[in-house]
Design a protein around this ligand. Structure first.
Ligand code: ACO
Length: 355
């Protein structure tokens, strides 16, 4: 029995594969490194969805229309976001999108971008910015979020990020989306469920706390003592460890490269690299044999910070990109899978047997 479902195969997929021993992520037959920074998010989505999710010839136009249709449905809800964190606001907005839509897949991906941007702005007391359906998806997401047109380097960095986190095997949120899809509840319901699972700090909620950790450490001469004390308090070091990767997460280096290429992105990178090296040393000493290495969230935090995104907005942006993966898995599950219905082992009391 596997509490936590380690090593349990719950689905077959053509979408992506994570090789945790080799530190390799394969998406539809391509290594991540051959895609991130080389193809746009729109083209990566078209490739991921090919033969699984219907999409028109022009993926850029289809996602642009998805953003536009979602904005028409979601912008009237802006005043309902008061008092919510960005990820809670995004959850509320996605839940308002109908399952019974004629093109639910592009509504979901367009809607996730619109909802992430709206929710981040609402938490800052700012009103929503309408999408530009003719713009690239990453550039438009950044514009809707920040309210200014990003330069080409910034748009490229976010595009690289969105492709990097597009899909990643049967992680907790993707599994959740597949469970919901397996009951035939509908595509948007599967996406909302995926976001709910993503939000936790052990999954997609980690990158904001990575920055909190860097801030708390403050200077490199304090790193070892700080990290050691955190482990002594039984805390997790955010941005380290992974259920599948027993070596370095390949997404970490892709994102580190993207931050380094960004104007001003190197401000924090030298400090972050030094903290990372110290953390790996401390983890090896304090958690021997656990094989804990850097995961995607460490450099996600630096990249999104360099793009001027507030740290509470990091998980919504993760959700905006990963929605394309949830959609593909949900549709693959609905088409090929059975209802997910595992067993639990009862360890409670039994009724007294009748004499
Ligand atoms: N810092 C310190 N210790 C850790 C860490 C960490 N980041 N991760 C695991 N460990 C330790 C555990 O305390 C445990 O030690 P023990 O055997 O002495 O009790 C051992 O390593 C094994 O940990 P598990 O909890 O069994 O590992 P699991 O596979 O369940 O956890 C997880 C994986 C949740 C990602 C974990 O490594 C973690 O909490 N990391 C920090 C949060 C984080 O970065 N999350 C983002 C993950 S990437 C993503 O989801 C997109």
């Amino acid at each position: 029995m596997a509490i936590g479902l380690d090593d349990v195969v719950a689905a077959e997929t053509v979408l992506s594969h994570v090789d945790g021993e080799a530190g390799r992520l394969i998406i539809r037959g391509h290594d991540l490194e051959a895609l991130a920074g080389r193809v746009s998010f729109e083209d990566a989505v078209a490739m991921l969805w090919n033969g699984v999710v219907p999409l028109s010839e022009d993926p850029g136009a289809a996602l642009g229309q998805g953003r536009q249709r979602a904005f028409a449905l979601l912008s009237p809800l802006a005043s309902n976001l008061r008092g919510l964190t960005p990820v809670e606001g995004m959850r509320l907005l996605l839940a308002a999108l109908p399952d019974a839509d004629k093109e639910p897949a592009t509504l979901a991906v367009g809607g996730a971008a619109v909802a992430a941007a709206m929710a981040v702005r609402a938490a800052q007391g700012l009103s929503p910015v309408a999408p530009d359906p003719a713009a690239g998806h990453a550039a438009d997401l950044l514009r809707m979020l920040r309210g200014d047109v990003p330069d080409a380097g910034e748009a490229k960095a976010l595009d690289t990020y969105l492709v990097t986190i597009l899909d990643h095997g049967l992680n907790a949120s993707t599994f959740t989306a597949r469970v919901v899809a397996s009951t035939e509840a509908g595509l948007l319901s599967a996406v909302v469920a995926g976001l709910c699972a993503l939000k936790g700090p052990l999954h997609g909620g980690a990158p904001g706390p990575v920055l909190d950790m860097l801030d708390a450490i403050g200077s490199i001469d304090r790193a070892e003592e700080w990290l050691d004390a955190a482990i002594g308090r039984n805390e997790r070091l955010m941005g380290f460890g992974h259920r599948i990767y027993k070596v370095r997460d390949p997404r970490a280096d892709v994102l580190k490269g993207a931050v380094s290429r960004l104007k001003g992105g190197d401000n924090r990178i030298a400090f972050a690299e030094a903290v990372e090296a110290t953390a790996l040393k401390v983890l090896a000493r304090r958690k021997p044999g656990r094989r804990l290495d850097t995961n995607v969230e460490f450099y996600t935090a630096l990249l999104l910070e360099a793009l001027g995104i507030p740290r509470e907005g990091f998980t919504p942006l993760f959700g905006a990109g990963r929605t394309a993966g949830w959609v593909a898995h949900a549709m693959e599950q609905a088409r090929t899978g059975r209802i997910m219905r595992p067993q639990s082992r009862y360890v409670g009391p039994w009724p007294a047997e009748a004499a």
